[in-house]
Design a protein around this ligand. Sequence first.
Ligand code: HGY
Ligand code: MN
Ligand code: MN
Length: 400
Amino acid sequence: MWAELLPIGRSSASGGYRRFAWTGADADCRAWFRQQAEARGLAHEVDRNGNQWAWLGDPAEGNAVVTGSHLDSVPDGGAFDGPLGIVSAFAALDELRAGGASFTRPVAIVNFGDEEGARFGLACVGSRLTAGQLTVEQAHRLTDGDGISLPQAMEAAGHDPDAIGPDPDRLARIGAFVELHVEQGRALDLSGDRIGVASAIWPHGRWRFDFRGEANHAGTTRLADRRDPMLSYAETVLAARREAELAGAVATFGKVAVEPNGVNAIPSLVRGWLDSRAADQESLDTVVGAVQKAARDHAAAHGVDLDVERESFTPVVEFDHALRDELARILGSDTDLKVPVLGTGAGHDAGILSGRIPTAMLFVRNPTGVSHSPAESATEDDCVAGVTALADVLEGLACT
Ligand code: HGY
Ligand code: MN
Ligand code: MN
């Protein structure tokens, strides 16, 4: 499975992945998923929101056990964030079927569309639409950096954008969703465990800061006459770091757009996106409030106009306790596995769906903790341990 997936959407320059929603690389990932499903005799289905499903058993029976993750990536992402959950799901199902498992509940593997939000700016679009956390109108207003709207991109990829929207009937047929994911930190490496179970996801969001000044000549405009938005932007980036440190949170300006983007022109616009996350809502509010205040103050000092817009927000997620405990119990019965229970600052489709159905997550050790980078890694032994753990979980939940 990896050998077929690895070349898809890989940049030869960086070695990272560029698998953005509704692009050619995304279509190739989707074709791979479909082929994996069909090769196993699983019923393949694309839902109204563009999520892909591979079913064993009849979904209409209800109380299904679903596993899976996503195949899209951030710009120059790693190989494991997302795909590990899907490859492991197919492998775990293969293990169970090869061992003659007898399933008492329908089982599905899912590939959620546009989890990273790399193209249209909003993460988890497929699961948000399904759960009713994103309205059709909001989704139709999303555009990418080239001005292509989400409906246009969907249509170009052969998907009907007018069919999208909440899918409560689908959710009603699911009894549990378990997402396996590479860990995006070093907790398991430090504790010496291969596998962990998720406890909670930090509240997190994305804010767009538009600093508008005045374009002018870089060589002839006196410093005193400038309204340079780059200065207030730079000071805001430093403020974000300071405020995050004070609150024990994280804050990142990882994307910036400059107009007119000329070496010898003072910018007219600097648009930066803040990603901030904290263990609790109060800390997050404190950080984002303080960064906005710093941005306002610095903009005023430089004669620059400022607009801030919250583009997305996901409140704290506490995973279903009963399902989490069930996972820990199933995995604890294997004497080789201890299962630490970990919180995470990363967002996931399992978090989005947690308000509607019982969800849980398994993490696989990442020896460096690096993620959202081509350097993301996991050892083969740990990945195999992940498959074994997921197979045990599926067996415990869905087999006699
Ligand atoms: O950005 C995130 O937390 C996630 O990996 N989508
Ligand atoms: Mn990610
Ligand atoms: Mn992910």
